[in-house]
Design a protein around this ligand. Structure first.
Ligand code: BDR
Ligand code: CA
Length: 318
């Protein structure tokens, strides 16, 4: 039986790749997409999710709106660097028709809580934006933290951050929420920069999508090329773009793609290092470890999986 999955996204080029990876995976049953702010405003992200689902013929998947900003803030504005990396529309200025579908009634947080109650161990939640919706679910329903299986893209344990020497972008948007998640949740896998910056895509791969001559191939190629171009400025030493968010979905399909360190984590919420993901010294001697932090990745196998799955999906959207 396919594993049920909910994606919590701030869509974003690599979030779009993550959603595409999930739609392309027979092992997964995408039961919903919940939206968050981050790379874009909440509304823009929801619009992108609806448009991508329509492109790939999956209007059956509901899109829920989550919280528009961190609980510690009054509002949210898109950072200049996010626009530079993902484009003003979040999907690398790729043009998709205005979606006919609408955001579903009800809150993303309620949907997350109800789905965990209903599906338990048959469900995985993959969060690739700020952890604001997940922290709200934990606060609203204490059972959520005990029963949810969560994979996040966020953080950096063995390498520096990408928005500050100590902080990764998703965690930095709402460090308090990420800290609550690590302290409360019983099963969190952290796919951070330690592994995602080892998995890169180049123009060579996106050319294969463009050559298909399909709407799906064009979309993936245009959006990802924009993202690769930004990486040429922000991280020229890498030689490609980081496949952050799709790696988190790939690990939800096949955990053997990464090797993990079992550890209890926390996030610094005070002082200069606010936003740093680090081991929780207060739970160092606790034999029960609630987080798995990916520190190694089978790059070749993941890239093969990504190209095979996304190319097939792109082919199908004529
Ligand atoms: C993360 O930040 C966002 O910009 C990306 O979509 C990814 O989720 C990488 O640090
Ligand atoms: Ca993201």
């Amino acid at each position: 039986m396919a594993k049920k999955i909910i994606l919590d996204l701030d869509t974003g080029v690599d979030d779009a790749l993550a959603l595409s990876y999930a739609l392309a995976s027979e092992e997964l049953d995408v039961i919903g997409v919940t939206g968050t702010y981050g790379n874009v405003l909440l509304e823009t992200g929801a619009r992108n999710n609806l448009a991508i689902l329509e492109l790939f013929g999956r209007t059956d998947v509901p899109v829920y709106a989550g919280l528009p900003h961190a609980s510690t803030r009054d509002g949210f504005e898109v950072l200049e660097i996010s626009e530079f990396i993902h484009g003003k529309n979040g999907i690398g200025e790729a043009e998709l028709p205005e979606p006919a579908g609408e955001v579903a009634d009800g809150s993303a947080v309620d949907f997350l809580i109800d789905s965990v109650k209903q599906h338990g161990d048959d469900l995985v939640i993959v969060a690739t934006g700020p952890m604001t919706n997940l922290a709200a679910a934990i606060r609203q329903d204490p059972g959520f933290a005990d029963n949810a299986h969560i994979v996040i893209m966020g953080g950096a344990l063995t390498v520096p951050g990408n928005v500050a020497p100590w902080a990764e972008a998703n965690i930095n948007q709402d460090p308090d929420a990420a800290d609550e998640l690590f302290r409360a949740a019983r099963d969190v896998t952290m796919i951070g920069l330690d592994v995602t910056l080892q998995t890169l895509l180049t123009y060579e791969e996106t050319a294969k999508w463009r050559e298909l001559g399909t709407r799906g191939g064009d979309f993936l190629a245009v959006a990802t090329d924009y993202y690769i171009k930004a990486y040429e400025t922000t991280a020229p030493h890498l030689g490609g773009c980081g496949l952050h968010d799709p790696l988190a979905v790939a690990v939800a399909v096949d955990p053997s793609l990464v090797t993990c360190l079992d550890i209890n984590m926390k996030v610094d919420t005070e002082g200069e290092t606010r936003g740093r993901t680090i081991g929780n010294e207060e739970r160092l001697n606790d034999p029960v470890k609630t987080a798995k932090v990916a520190v190694g990745v089978d790059v070749e196998r993941f890239l093969n999986e990504l190209m095979t799955r996304l190319t097939k999906l792109a082919e199908s959207a004529k």
